[in-house]
Write a protein that binds this ligand. Structure first.
Ligand SMILES: [Zn+2]
Ligand SMILES: [Zn+2]
Length: 339
């Protein structure tokens, strides 16, 4: 069967691999749809220090259970649609000992440090399989990236008393927006792409700011009556947006960091002290899969608007290259394994 390999920086290749045999505790999943992640993109560009080459890409999955191992619980049945939890933690490091396995020091994400899912079949432990009776394969492939945003909103303890600004409306930022809206917050979406801000409005934000067209500080001051947002979620990873998050957040506010800055960022640390802000890192997700599946099942998310293109595995490498060179307007590229 075919599999899409990232063989080196800037190079992909479709190779033939053996079909996996599920162990007693594993589920054999027939892959239908796989999304390209920002991590895949950074691995392709050589900007992701954890990326191992060569490796099969892909960890955002919509598939159908084909077969279950002898020790898999009866609730998993062939024919069910499902997505997967793609992380693997070591169980012994300090994060794991504190039950913060998403921040495992030796985490192995599929497609990054172990083989990914951009192929026809994968065998995976049943505990990492999440079934939905309602979602389509493309919706299931959106679950994992949205969980990363949902986790960020959880880290920021977002409540209905908060005004929350999300900087960056990629798919992870949209997950943070969706979760903050769902928690009843007053949400401001910030991006430099009007198309993405239009999608954010469909998710339910009250305000949008195109920071390439208007002054970000002035806009935030007007919306928040001079206070600044209680929570700012940074989902870009540039030094400008990181500094803006610290500068614009309200006194006593929280800044949640999901964006991966590619180089060190300089801060005026006096702001940390004077405003007594909390700065919270947010990595991957913990137990947000059922919450995101329920959210998508409720039909509240504009799924079709965020899927920018669907390609076959043979065209997937070219699509990834296009995303790397012309990123404007691309939120999510999906690879259809049945194409
Ligand atoms: Zn991802
Ligand atoms: Zn660990």
């Amino acid at each position: 069967m075919k599999a899409l390999f990232l063989t080196a920086i800037g190079k992909t290749e479709v190779r033939e691999i053996e079909m996996p045999q599920p162990g007693p505790e594993e589920v054999l999943l027939k892959i239908g749809m796989v999304g390209f992640c920002g991590g895949d993109l950074n691995g392709f560009k050589g900007l992701f220090e954890l990326q191992e080459y060569p490796n099969i890409l892909g960890h955002e999955v919509g598939g159908i259970i084909e077969q279950v191992g002898s020790s898999v619980p009866d609730s998993f049945i062939a024919g069910q649609k499902a997505t997967i939890y793609p992380y693997l933690n070591c169980g012994t490091c300090i994060s794991c000992r504190k039950n913060r396995k998403n921040a495992c020091q030796d985490n192995k994400t599929m497609g990054v440090r172990r083989p990914g899912a951009m192929t026809k079949y994968i065998a995976i432990h049943w505990e990492d399989v999440h079934v939905s009776h309602k979602l389509s394969l493309r919706e299931l492939a959106l679950v994992e990236p949205l969980t990363v945003g949902f986790h960020a909103a959880a880290r920021g303890r977002v409540s209905n008393e908060d005004c929350v600004a999300v900087i960056g409306c990629g798919i992870v930022g949209m997950g943070a927006i969706a979760s903050a809206v769902n928690r009843g917050a007053n949400v401001i979406a910030i991006d430099i792409d009007d198309a993405k801000l239009t999608i954010a409005k469909k998710i339910g934000v009250k305000h949008t700011i195109n920071s390439s067209k208007v002054d970000l500080h002035q806009a935030l001051i007007e919306i928040t009556n001079g206070d600044g947002p209680d929570v700012i979620i940074e989902a870009v990873g540039s030094s400008f947006t990181y500094r803006a998050a610290v500068e614009e957040v309200a006194y006593t506010g929280r800044v949640v960091c999901i964006g991966y800055a590619k180089s060190p960022v300089e801060f005026n640390t006096g702001l940390f002290v004077r405003k007594e802000i909390e700065i919270l890192g947010s990595r991957n997700c913990t137990n947000e899969f059922p919450e995101v599946i329920a959210y998508l099942e409720a039909g509240k998310f504009p799924v079709d608007d965020v899927i920018s293109m669907v390609v076959s595995i043979d065209d997937a490498g070219a699509a990834l290259e296009k995303w790397a060179t012309q990123p404007a307007g691309i939120t999510k590229i999906m690879v259809d394994l049945d194409k």
